[in-house]
Design a protein around this ligand. Structure first.
Ligand code: KIV
Length: 254
């Protein structure tokens, strides 16, 4: 797709019912993101979600998908120890969930793990820029690599990930000109989230783009629905119908 200049569409998914709709709609890639920790489990960060929980979400998504590529995040604590731990976690995701590949965060520090995972036949997607699993190292969710030194380091890390065998890289929340530079420089597809319009594809967290989350409005987010208000309205209407004995009516009973 990159060679053909066709943009790659990617969204996150965590459950069967939603993944089925996204797959039928024609999405290219679904990411079972560790953002499940936030939007599904209500944690403040992505750190608490476990490998077992990621596998549960991934199994549900995989059961729904007939055509798209499904990539699953290695959660915090399941790969940082050493490359054997990283390989074992990846193998669990591939074997127990039937995923098509895994994603992990980091640059030079995860290269050995990437080589080992790729060497075992597992496709790996990298993730640079804002890396939510390292939030306590950076202390903020602000735009990354605005300064030259950090931008150069990001480009160098992207090259390392490509050389280590990554088939694609997610770039999160970086200046658009840096996103373009990396996409132009690398052969593998660069998928952006807040990395501008000149990378090879885009990813958004499904709950954000459908407007289920309300208090998260970064500049890069386009909301395609306002599901929060829709669901609120429908739920209030249901409650009211039950209270006034309007539901069920004659036709809605046996
Ligand atoms: O977990 C996630 O949702 C992600 C996306 C932000 C790319 O990693």
């Amino acid at each position: 797709m990159k060679e053909k200049g066709e943009r790659i569409s990617m969204l996150t998914a965590y459950d069967y019912s939603m993944a089925r709709i996204l797959d039928e709609a024609g999405i290219d890639v679904l990411l079972v993101g560790d953002s499940a920790s936030n939007v599904m489990a209500g944690h403040e960060t992505t750190l608490p979600i476990t490998l077992d929980q990621m596998i549960y979400h991934a199994q549900s998504v995989i059961r729904a998908c007939q055509r798209c590529l499904v990539i699953v995040d290695l959660p915090f604590g399941s790969y940082q120890g050493n490359s054997k731990e990283a390989l074992n976690s990846s193998i669990r995701i591939m074997k127990e969930a039937g995923a098509h590949g895994i994603k992990l965060e980091g640059g030079a520090e995860v290269v050995e793990s990437i080589k080992r995972i790729v060497g075992a036949g597992v496709p790996v997607m990298g993730h640079l820029g804002l890396m939510p699993q390292s939030i306590y190292k950076f202390g903020t969710y602000s735009v990354r690599a605005k300064e030259e030194e950090e931008a150069e380091s990001l480009l160098a890390n992207a090259r390392l990930l490509q050389d280590a065998g990554c088939f694609s890289i997610v770039l999160e929340k970086i200046p658009a000109n840096l996103g373009k530079l990396v996409a132009d420089e690398l052969k593998i597809p660069i998928i952006g989230i807040g990395a501008g319009g000149q990378v090879d594809g885009q990813v958004l967290v499904m709950h954000d783009m459908l407007g289920i989350t309300k208090n998260f409005s970064p500049r890069f987010l386009r909301r395609y629905l306002n599901l929060y208000d829709e669901i609120m309205g429908a739920t209030k209407a249901y409650i009211s119908d039950v209270k006034k004995r309007d539901f069920p009516n004659e036709k809605e009973q046996y």
